[in-house]
Write a protein that binds this ligand. Structure first.
Ligand SMILES: [Zn+2]
Length: 428
């Protein structure tokens, strides 16, 4: 295992998805909207459209598509671009040059991926938020450029600073190194069917190339050389997320599988709260900001506790509701994660569960929150969400790892805290 070769897919949607999907670290449960603008129905272009969907269906990303074709008409391609803009896509794909150019003219903020474009440079499809693949022959030679063969240690040198800031405490960086090494080795066969090991996005792990390396993270990787986390002798699926908001979540409450080492762990340092909380205590817990390892000087602004005022018009449009009456929570785990919400309108009530909730409420940082419906003379005036944490909250809470390191905890204690019933061992 020492010289395990990792083959990483660097482009084909990869780099484009990195910038948006990287937020909140290992985010796997947020629905992303992808707009695809195709010039016309044609077997080759249809294959590209299908290929994108096939690839994304193998990932844990939840994706909603808006598929459009211009029937060969360039002005239709331009209006499709406008249409995708008003649909608030997270990423758009242009298939064939005129469709890609129309998207590039309209979108500046989100990634525009092009395909079936022969000469991107002369088509002005380069730089900024644009990336993609050319269909100029020989395609096989191009494909060679997109794949990168590297050994595990060199891979980690670049991966660790992408997953945790190099300026964070060394013991947190060491914990992250062991966690990422375990995660990578556990997931090494994820893209076996596509003839490579791992992709360069948050689907697998963010890889930005050798220019990303830092002295402090390199030091952490060397200090924990070959160390991995095991449970019953097997390498664990060491998932992690940005900030748990004070309590991590058990894997079965976010995904399907229940794992002995992915249980809910309390990161608060305050004895006033004994979980499971009573309803009024839950309210206080969200609003009071209890002292926690998850909240420290390294924590990203507003990731431990956050407030969001929902745009009622957007909420109405998204769910085709007339006059929203209220949003309320109908199911929650004992550690605060919302499992089900209802959005009640005059014409109907919409129910959303688990990973669909964050997008349904026009984009939330996590599934941990309380809802306040504010009325003026029986008419709903605003909906304010008080939330906690950023990301799925399963496994290591990276912010809390930093908070524990600040208080003198060593990386092995941090790992054993977040992954109970595990051992740290050396690879043979
Ligand atoms: Zn992947």
């Amino acid at each position: 295992m020492k010289n395990h070769k990792i083959l990483s897919l660097l482009l084909i949607l990869g780099l484009a998805t990195t910038s948006i999907f990287a937020q909140g670290s290992k985010e796997q449960s947020n629905v992303k909207k992808i707009g695809i603008s195709k010039l016309l129905p044609h077997p080759a272009l249809d294959a590209v459209e299908q290929g994108i969907q096939d690839h994304l269906s193998t990932t844990n990303l939840e994706v909603e598509y808006n598929l459009q074709n211009a029937n060969g008409d360039i002005s239709t391609a331009a209006s499709i671009a406008q249409q995708l803009k008003s649909d608030n896509c997270d990423l758009v794909v242009g298939i064939a040059t005129p469709s890609a150019q129309s998207l590039a003219n309209v979108f500046r903020e989100i990634p525009v991926v092009f395909s079936a474009v022969t000469d991107p440079i002369s088509a002005s499809l380069e730089g900024g938020n644009l990336c993609g693949v050319s269909d100029l022959n020989p395609v096989s030679a191009q494909k060679m450029d997109l794949l990168n063969y590297i050994d595990l240690s060199s891979y980690l040198l670049s991966v660790i600073p992408s997953e945790m800031p190099a300026s964070w405490p060394i013991e947190a960086l060491k914990a992250q190194s062991v966690v990422a090494r375990s995660y990578i080795l556990r997931n090494i066969n994820r893209h076996k069917n596509e003839d490579y090991d791992l992709c360069a996005t948050v689907h697998c792990i963010v890889y930005s190339g050798a220019q990303n390396e830092h002295t402090s993270t390199t030091e952490a990787i060397i200090a924990t050389r070959n160390e991995i986390i095991t449970h019953n002798g097997n390498i664990i699926d060491a998932v992690f997320s940005s900030n748990s908001g004070g309590y991590t979540e058990a894997s079965e409450n976010v995904w399907i599988n229940s794992l002995d080492y992915l249980k809910a762990v309390n990161t608060t340092k305050n004895d006033n709260y004994n979980f499971p909380l009573k309803p009024f205590e839950i309210e206080n817990w969200f609003v009071e900001k209890p002292a926690s390892y998850s909240n420290n000087k390294y924590t990203t602004q507003s990731s431990y506790r956050w407030v969001k005022n929902i745009n009622l018009e957007r909420l109405k449009d998204r769910h085709a509701l007339e006059d929203i009456k209220r949003v309320y929570i109908t199911d929650r785990t004992t550690t605060g994660t919302v499992k089900e919400i209802k959005i009640e309108g005059r014409n109907k009530t919409v129910t959303k569960n688990n990973s669909a909730i964050r997008r349904a409420l026009t984009g939330l940082k996590s599934n941990k929150f309380i809802v306040k419906n504010i009325y003026n003379q029986n008419e709903l005036k605003s909906i304010i969400i008080f939330g906690a944490g950023w990301g799925h909250s399963v496994g290591m809470d990276q912010s809390a790892a930093a908070g524990m390191a600040v208080e003198g905890k060593k990386y092995k204690e941090i790992i054993n805290f977040f992954y109970p019933d595990t051992k740290i061992t050396k690879l043979e």
